[in-house]
Design a protein around this ligand. Structure first.
Ligand code: NAD
Ligand code: DAU
Length: 335
């Protein structure tokens, strides 16, 4: 899409949103307005140091039409990251997931429809459910939706709203479904930062069940680059899967973190498994690679994890305020 000067990025104070905002400021001359509610997962510090002439934070709720409409009206395009994003929380209390992921997306869609603005919808591979460990197939854009958790079902619902608003109202939207992200600024409730900060605190990493579950890891910078590519070159109405061929079992990931941090690779605890735990995610991103000429740059997972460990070692003031509360929630869940 030519001529994007002002972007509205929802959820830009969260993990992937803040990485995207930094990517846009570093690699383009666009200005960004971030609309973020600053829930427990949002952190103003993730936007610290960015040029105030090009990046503005508006604290507000995407489900609040009065907050959303003027911001959509003044933007050239909207990239929608804001969500309740954590599966374990959704199993404990699904309601915020309905409010933000479904009603929030509906509110944004009505605004982009009214103002005729380009919209890119950020979603997840979890809408497709899971795969067997030995399934030779991976998820493609044609895989039927089959979400497992309250989180993934609300993301699936939001994707379907976007499809309907494209077809019924001509909204200029694209959708991307990405695999598991890692990198800097990820909340310590999530698997990789939880284990890194546990080791830094002298606590043993916690593996759900036997750790056989497989996730398809991608660095957050590669996700940002893919989203920017879709915004520039994607076909309206199309869905693109984003992935970097990064399949690893959780056990492999914990062992790698431990060995990179100078610990015995078996120095972890097995804890209660997640209810309805998806077994394996795997993305076939051929469409994005062949049609839009995108490819990931972080091909060395061990190197990416080493950099991520260093980031958490060097940025304790960023994560420390969240750590005790995140671990307390896990105590309540027995994990
Ligand atoms: P996150 O939890 O780190 O950040 C979410 C952000 O949204 C926070 O800053 C939070 O304050 C904000 N937010 C929540 N509710 C809001 C509301 N009602 N109004 C405005 N802001 C609100 O999440 P993340 O991991 O960065 O995920 C971002 C997006 O990417 C989500 O849509 C998620 O489904 C999707 N996604 C995540 C991954 C992953 O591996 N983390 C993979 C694929 C897709
Ligand atoms: O696939 C994309 C999805 O990836 C995104 O849509 C979600 O927003 C994002 O949170 C992530 O979902 P997962 O549930 O896969 O991520 P999480 O970091 O919670 O867990 C990754 C795997 O690690 C999963 O199999 C559960 C396991 N796990 C998690 C934690 C927190 C553990 O074994 N121990 C833990 O302490």
């Amino acid at each position: 899409m030519q001529g994007v000067r002002n972007l509205l990025v929802t959820g830009g104070a969260g993990f992937i949103g803040s990485n995207f905002v930094q990517f846009v400021l570093e690699t383009t001359d666009c200005s960004v307005t971030v609309l973020d509610k600053l829930t427990y997962a949002g952190n103003k510090a993730s936007l610290a140091g960015l040029d105030p002439n090009r990046c503005r934070l508006v604290v507000g709720d995407i489900a609040d039409a009065d907050a959303v409409h003027p911001l959509v009206g003044e933007a050239d395009a909207v990239v929608h990251y804001a969500a309740e994003s954590h599966n374990d929380n959704s199993l404990h209390d699904p309601k915020p997931f309905i409010d933000t992921n479904i009603l929030g997306t509906y509110t944004l869609l009505e605004a982009v429809r009214k103002y005729g603005k380009r919209y890119h919808h950020i979603s997840t591979d979890e809408v497709y459910g899971d795969l067997e460990l030995d399934d030779p197939e991976r998820f493609t854009e044609a895989t039927p939706y089959n979400p497992s958790s309250p989180y993934s079902s609300t993301k699936a619902a939001s994707d379907l709203l976007v499809r309907a608003w494209v077809r019924s109202f001509g909204v200029q939207a694209t959708i991307s479904n990405c695999s598991n992200n890692y990198g800097p600024y990820q909340h310590v409730e999530k698997f990789i930062p939880r284990q890194i900060t546990n080791v830094l605190d002298g606590i043993r990493p916690k593996l759900y069940g036997a750790g056989a579950n497989v996730r398809d890891w991608i660095h957050a910078n590669d996700h940002s680059d893919a989203v920017w590519t879709i915004l520039q070159k994607g076909t309206i109405g199309e869905t693109y899967l984003i992935g970097a061929d990064g399949e690893k079992s959780n056990k492999e990931v914990v062992e790698l973190i431990l060995s990179l941090m100078g610990q015995p690779s078996d120095a972890y605890d097995q804890v209660v498994d997640r209810v309805g735990h998806d077994l394996r995610y795997a993305i076939d991103s051929s469409k994005l690679r062949t049609e839009l000429a995108w490819s990931p740059r972080y091909s060395d997972f061990e190197h990416g994890i080493s950099e991520t460990i260093r980031w958490y070692e060097e940025n304790e003031p960023w994560w420390r305020p969240q750590k005790a509360a995140a671990e307390q929630r896990y105590v309540e869940l027995g994990q």
